[in-house]
Design a protein around this ligand. Structure first.
Ligand code: IPM
Ligand code: MG
Length: 398
């Protein structure tokens, strides 16, 4: 009996190793990045998701349709709604992303995705994998870029989270060896570490930032985090103008709270799970996860999303219309920048700074005490239409 149990576990592990070795080979043949300047039309897929997703998507679309009116009219950009990335449809197909939805996603160049419900163990849904995680993997969106800014406190961070490996790589393929022994797996590859760390250094260089902070727990998670750190050490040598420092995730979470220390961090790069945790903490300084956007970037595809979840409780309690669409709109601005529309992205950022951080004339609280998503969006649209927006932004910054 014991040996049969061990054989089963070993066979399972052998299969995982085989799949990952094949993946390493595929990574060596990475495609060159898209040239958005040459693509007509840029196809933008919008997934409405679950819970508050359709509510905030609808509002974000109003903003995008406004900003892109010209591009849409001239066939330079096409907005497509992608149906079927809902928990009901995913459960019906017992798939994180049903096949037809995946092919529609693959027909786009960039994707804006509202939050989707992730079934949890013991919950009402079968144990299908998170649609986010599956999409990141299926489209090889290896970099999760999460900026957080609080100008008045001198906070200007960009977190580069590895997005396809680490603790997430084998998602739901852990092994319950017996009902008393369970394994999950963490795995990284040299290629996977290299591409995310390089992106962080490239970003620092392009933006005049002279320091990159690498976050691991390599004192304990020696093999995988150790590889991440080794790769960082090697890549850093290619960027002599940039100093780098290594922090452990525990003390890093503490230092983000230290007002003297935290302003020194600018660009941070880390394995998947640490990035998941640290980016929620970081977003809290800016007003919570409802205010932050997140870019998932690969060499062929890119997907932009809010960093919060689908908030089923808000829907159950009838508060859906009071959901905050700002995070998805921030994701929209990151998407515009990725598409090469930096001026429009900048304008949307200015408007969102004014509406969510600086002026806050229409406040969202998530309840009837605050504004609805629609009323907040009217405020954003009015702010976008203000010809004096840059001056207004500057004056509010003081
Ligand atoms: C995020 C989310 C996801 C993650 C969840 C919904 C699976 O927390 O995008 O940070 O863990 O990556
Ligand atoms: Mg998270």
């Amino acid at each position: 009996m014991a040996s049969e149990t061990i054989d089963r576990a070993t066979a399972h592990f052998a299969k995982l190793v085989e799949e990952q070795l094949a993946r390493v080979e595929r990574m060596k043949q990475a495609e060159p990045p898209l040239d958005f300047g040459a693509i007509r039309p840029i196809k933008v897929g919008i997934c409405f998701g679950d819970g508050i997703g359709p509510i905030i998507s609808k509002q974000t679309m109003r903003v995008l349709e406004g900003l892109l009116a010209d591009e849409i009219a001239h066939g330079r950009v096409e907005l497509r709604t992608i149906e079927g990335l809902t928990i009901e449809n995913r459960v019906a197909h017992l798939k994180a992303i049903p096949d037809d939805v995946l092919s529609e996603l693959k027909a786009c160049h960039v994707i804006l995705k509202a939050p989707t419900t992730t079934p949890e163990k013991g919950g009402p849904y079968p144990n299908i994998e998170s649609a986010n995680v599956a999409m990141r993997r299926a489209l090889d969106l290896y970099a999760n870029v999460r900026p957080v800014k609080v100008p008045k406190d001198g906070i200007d961070w960009v977190i580069f989270r590895e997005n396809t490996e680490g603790a997430y790589i084998l998602g739901s393929q852990g092994i319950a060896v017996t009902d008393e022994l369970a394994f999950d797996f963490t795995a990284v590859t040299r290629q996977g570490c290299e591409r995310i760390i390089r992106m962080a250094f490239e970003y620092a260089q392009a933006n005049g930032v002279d320091r990159v902070t690498v976050v691991t727990k390599a004192n304990v998670i020696k093999t995988t985090d150790g590889l991440f750190l080794d790769v960082a050490d090697r890549i850093a040598k290619e960027y002599p103008g940039i100093t780098w420092d290594a922090w452990y995730i525990d003390i890093m979470t503490a230092k983000l709270i230290d007002p003297k220390r935290r302003t020194q961090f600018r660009v941070m790069v880390m394995p998947n799970l640490y990035g998941d945790i640290l980016s929620d903490e970081a977003a809290e300084f800016q007003g919570g996860v409802g205010t932050a956007g997140s870019a998932n970037i690969g060499s062929r595809y890119a997907m932009f999303e809010a960093i919060h979840g689908s908030a089923p409780r808000m829907i159950d309690e009838g508060r859906g219309e009071f959901a905050d669409p700002a995070s998805l709109m921030r994701a929209g601005s990151m998407m515009l920048r990725h598409m090469g529309l930096a001026e429009k992205a900048e304008r949307l950022d200015l408007a969102l700074d004014v509406c969510t951080l600086l002026e806050k004339r229409v406040k969202i609280t998530g309840r009837a005490s605050g504004a609805t998503a629609a009323a907040f969006t009217d405020y954003v649209l009015a702010t976008l239409a203000d010809p004096e927006l840059p001056a207004r932004h500057a004056a509010l910054l003081g």
